[in-house]
Design a binder for this molecule. Structure first.
Ligand code: PGA
Length: 226
């Protein structure tokens, strides 16, 4: 039951979000919960394809992803930038080089997210537009695991820059300066147009749209490009 007593919002909010939003969403939910302590939030992280399935089955209040369906049946709110960058180990031969051609990056063994991942789809689109093949050495269903595999010397990858948010500037990973990268994307909050959002869901969407988010997103540290 959702109540709005004396401006005190109460109720449940169920959100499904793509995996890379792990690096910012729990953080921005902090100030929201402080402002509305009566709201219980359940946050489920999964990949792009699973989000679309959950949307079709009407399982959550709000869905957060990078490639919203191009359909009048969903309401879409753009919330934040999500640039995809090439990541390599610090000692990599291409680290520190300027404007590495995409063709050159394509020669490197690649660590790729699973089928159904939005990140994977964006990378495949870019390379195939350029007529380039990616040589996938390893497929992993987790951004964190991919970062570990990069450090382990298994290859390079292209991931959301936000996956580096808590990495140290002199840590084991670097962002490569590759021509055509970053792939510029955004995150969007969406919900079915036919579904009236609950008061709590509406409040959260307003929070995402408000000025609160901009300074917060700036406050999320991102390591400098190599
Ligand atoms: P993914 O989604 O977790 O499915 O890769 C991220 C995105 O689409 O940006």
């Amino acid at each position: 039951v959702v109540a709005d007593l004396k401006g005190l919002k109460q109720g449940q909010l169920e959100i499904a979000a793509v995996s890379t939003t792990k690096y910012f969403l729990p953080r921005i939910i902090g100030p929201f919960c402080q402002r509305y302590p009566g709201v219980d939030i359940a946050l489920q992280f999964t990949n792009h394809e699973h989000i679309l399935n959950a949307l079709l089955e009407n399982q959550y209040d709000i869905y957060i992803l990078s490639l919203p369906p191009d359909s009048p049946e969903v309401v879409t709110l753009q919330i934040m930038e999500n640039p995809l960058v090439a990541i390599a180990p610090r000692e990599h031969a291409l680290a520190g080089q300027v404007k590495v051609p995409l063709e050159r990056l394509a020669q490197e063994p690649f660590i790729m997210r699973e089928v159904g991942s939005g990140t994977r789809r964006a990378i495949e689109e870019l390379f195939s537009e350029r007529g380039l093949e990616i040589s996938v050495r390893l497929e992993l269903g987790s951004n964190e695991a991919i970062k570990q595999a990069i450090v382990g010397g298994l290859g390079v990858s292209v991931l959301s820059k936000h996956t580096l948010a808590l990495e140290k500037e002199d840590g084991p990973l670097v962002v490569l300066d590759v021509e055509s990268l970053p792939i510029q994307r955004h995150w969007y909050a969406i919900y079915p147009a036919g579904k009236q959002p609950t008061i709590v869901a509406k409040t959260f969407l307003e929070f995402l749209e408000s000025d609160t988010l901009e300074p917060l997103s700036k406050a999320i540290p991102l390591i400098d490009e190599a």
